[in-house]
Write a protein of this length. Structure first.
Length: 62
C-alpha cells in the first residue's frame, strides 16, 4: 500500500501538534497555570483520535 503525500503530511502535522501541546502542558503545570494545563491536555486528547483516523484512512487508500 502506497501512502499519499497529503496523508503523510497531515499525520506529521497532527503528531507535531501533539508534541507541542504536551510541552505546553508540562510548561504550564510547572508555572502553576492549571487552567491552561487543562485546555492543552484536552486539545492533546482530541488530537490523538484525529491522528488515528488519518492513519487508518490512508492505510485503506490505494
Amino acid at each position: 500500500m502506497k501512502r499519499s503525500y497529503r496523508g503523510v503530511i497531515m499525520l506529521c502535522v497532527v503528531l507535531f501538534l501533539n508534541i507541542v501541546c504536551t510541552q505546553y502542558v508540562v510548561n504550564h503545570y510547572f508555572h502553576q497555570k492549571y487552567e491552561l494545563v487543562l485546555v492543552f491536555a484536552v486539545l492533546n486528547i482530541i488530537l490523538f483520535p484525529i491522528a488515528l483516523y488519518i492513519y487508518k484512512k490512508e492505510g485503506k487508500a490505494k
